[in-house]
Design a protein around this ligand. Structure first.
Ligand code: NAD
Ligand code: 89Y
Length: 344
């Protein structure tokens, strides 16, 4: 049997705990060391997952360990320096979303890894959620024909600020934090984008950034989609963290509705199925949908490293998702459509 890949986690915060649980579920890889500049987080995660090799500083981690990959789970401001450090040490890297604070940083990170010949994957996990994969499978089956309209919608009033207080203080909020996933799902389901038109609003007076965004997207293949997200939408039943999808095609329709209900109408009639994600042993509702996708993307990374294939959400691929984020903010400011090719 091939030896297990030796990984290290950098950043032991709120979300990294899910990544650590997921690594324990995955054959072929193990986290052998962890790093966080906050000693309290280092102790909490080290003790919870029985990791003895602990570092307060990433440079010391790279100097002290022989690694097959690093899993970077810090927030965006540290991503560029950590990915470039991994590239210098010829260590393949996973980097959490948002890939970088700017597209220029992200391009430099992709170049550093390409030049060093090391794989780079962005932890863009929402497209790996099983309900989203189920929608993609219907599209791939050809049952609804050629898509001509899509809607990717995430509307909620869930309190994300208690677990992630930094989300309330940044100049940018929902597009960079959550809309980035919806935009990536739009690309995954309907193809790459030529132009985006955006409107934003801030409804919650206690935060700095925008908490509502509505985006109209021209896909290169002629499909039109609406990507809308809100953390100011109080509903009878809180849907967090479900992404709802509507796709109209030449031969039928797909509806992914709240409660993970998938309705497909095609020439052969209508079928309704429950595409609820499984509740993994360590998962907790309502996060289980996201938690399952963490296992899926990390498994994909291990497969890619073992087989020498490019991750679906490689750094190069994710430039196109991050470019949509940049374009959405600049278009919201100018109130003009923004062409994507000019940014890439
Ligand atoms: P957090 O602030 O709780 O955790 C980040 C940790 O990184 C902190 O413990 C901090 O001390 C540490 N850190 C920061 N810079 C460091 C450095 N240079 N060296 C070592 N340690 C460093 O943040 P979080 O809420 O866990 O979010 C982390 C990232 O995960 C963010 O980019 C966020 O957008 C992303 N996230 C992704 C998902 C998803 O579904 N993909 C969900 C939630 C959060
Ligand atoms: O940070 C965000 C993410 O990536 O998924 C949901 C989230 O935790 C809050 O919006």
């Amino acid at each position: 049997m091939a030896a297990e890949l030796r990984g290290a986690l950098i950043g032991c915060g709120f979300f990294a705990v899910n990544q650590m649980h997921a690594w324990r579920d995955i054959a072929g890889a193990a986290i052998v060391a962890i790093c966080d500049r906050d000693p309290e987080r280092l102790k909490i995660v080290g003790d919870q997952f029985g990791i003895a090799r602990r570092y307060a500083d990433a440079a010391a981690l790279f100097a002290g360990e022989k690694l097959d990959f690093v899993d970077i789970a810090t927030t965006a401001p540290s991503h560029r320096s950590l990915v470039e450090m991994a590239a210098r040490h010829r260590v393949p890297a996973i980097c959490q979303k948002p890939f970088a604070p700017t597209l220029a940083d992200a391009k430099a990170m992709v170049k550093a890894c390409t030049d060093a010949g090391v794989p780079l994957m962005v932890h863009e996990n929402f497209r790996w959620q099983s309900p989203i994969q189920a929608v993609r499978a219907v599209l791939d089956s050809g049952d609804i024909g050629r898509p001509f309209f899509g809607r990717i919608s995430f509307r909620s009033a869930y309190d994300v600020f208690s677990g992630q207080p930094y989300l309330a203080t940044g100049k940018r909020f929902i597009i960079e934090d959550l809309g980035i996933h919806s935009l990536d799902i739009a690309r995954f389901l309907l193809g790459d984008v030529s132009a985006i038109t955006t409107r934003t609003a801030r409804i919650n007076p206690d935060i700095v950034g925008e908490d509502v965004a509505t985006m109209l997207i021209d896909h290169k293949n002629g499909t039109i989609s609406v990507v809308d997200c809100s953390y100011a939408t109080k509903l009878a039943t809180e849907p967090f963290p479900e992404t709802l999808v509507e796709i109209d095609g030449s031969d039928g329709t797909i509806r992914l509705e709240q409660g993970y209900r998938l309705t497909v109408t095609s020439k052969s009639g209508t079928r309704i199925s429950d595409v609820s994600p499984p509740l993994l042993s360590w998962a907790s509702r309502p996060w289980h949908n996201i938690q399952e996708s963490v296992v899926a993307i990390q498994k994909h990374w291990v497969d890619c490293l073992v087989n020498g294939t490019e991750p679906a959400t490689s750094g190069a691929d994710n430039l196109k998702t991050l470019a949509l984020v940049e374009a959405a903010y600049s278009g919201a400011a100018s109130r003009e459509p923004v062409q994507l090719d000019a940014l890439l």
